[in-house]
Design a protein around this ligand. Structure first.
Ligand code: AMP
Length: 194
C-alpha cells in the first residue's frame, strides 16, 4: 500500500502514520524525521537544513526530493509506504509523480487530516508539555513562535498540495479534530475502499 498523509503541522500525521505502520507492516517515510536525523548526524544535508528547520521554514525542494528519491530505493519501501510530511509543495508532488511513474507505481490513497488551525497551537502546546512530562526533549520547532512560522509555511506553500490531488480525484478528507482512535478508524475505513 502506498499512501500520503496530508495536513498542517500538529494535525496528527505522525501519530496516525505510526499506527498504520503497526497495522499494515509498511514503512513510515517522514521527511521531518529524516531531516532531524541528518541534523543530528551533522551530514552536509543536515548542516544545510538545520537553521531553516529551527526557524520553522521549508527545506529546499531539491534537498527533500533527493532524500525521498534515495529512501524509496531501500528494500523496506518496496512493500509500501506512508509519506508523512512529504510532499509539502506542488513541486515536490510533481517530483513524486515522476518518481512513481518511472517505477510503474501508483498511490493507493492521499488522505488529508482536516483540522481547525485555531486549535492547532493548543494541541502543539499540549504535545510539548506531555513530552516534557515524560522527561523527553521537546522539539525546538514546537516552540509557539516557531510553530506559528510552520503554520504560515503550510498555508503559503503546502495548503495547495491537497487541491493538487483533489484535481486528480485522489484526495480523501478526514476530520482530524476527532479523538485519535476515531481518526484511525476513519483512515482504516478509507483504506478498505482502495
Ligand atoms: P515535520 O516533522 O514534518 O513537521 O518537519 C519538521 C521540519 O522539517 C519542517 O518544519 C521543515 O523545516 C522540514 N521539512 C520536513 N519535511 C519537509 C518537506 N517535505 N519539505 C520541506 N521541508 C520539510
Amino acid at each position: 500500500m502506498r499512501l500520503i498523509l496530508l495536513g498542517p503541522p500538529g494535525a496528527g500525521k505522525g501519530t496516525q502514520a505510526q499506527r498504520l505502520v503497526a497495522r499494515h507492516g509498511i514503512v513510515q517515510l517522514s521527511t521531518g524525521d529524516m531531516l532531524r536525523a541528518a541534523v543530528a548526524a551533522e551530514t552536509p544535508v543536515g548542516l544545510k537544513a538545520k537553521a531553516v528547520m529551527e526557524a520553522g521554514g521549508l527545506v529546499s525542494d531539491d534537498v527533500v526530493i533527493g532524500i525521498i528519491a534515495e529512501r524509496l530505493e531501500h528494500a523496506d519501501a518496496q512493500k509500501g509506504f506512508i509519506l508523512d510530511g512529504f510532499p509539502r509543495t506542488v513541486a515536490q508532488a510533481e517530483a513524486l509523480d515522476h518518481m512513481l511513474a518511472d517505477k510503474g507505481l501508483k498511490l493507493d490513497a492521499v488522505i488529508e487530516l482536516v483540522v481547525d488551525q485555531a486549535l492547532l497551537t493548543d494541541r502543539i502546546m499540549r504535545r510539548a508539555e506531555e513530552t516534557k512530562a515524560r522527561g523527553e526533549p521537546v522539539r525546538k520547532d514546537d516552540d509557539p513562535e516557531v510553530f506559528r512560522h510552520r503554520l504560515e509555511a503550510y498555508n503559503r506553500d503546502t495548503a495547495i498540495v491537497a487541491p493538487y490531488y483533489a484535481a486528480r480525484g485522489q484526495l480523501q478528507q478526514i476530520d482530524g479534530m476527532q479523538p485519535i482512535d476515531e481518526v484511525t478508524k476513519a483512515i482504516s475505513e478509507v483504506l478498505e475502499t482502495v
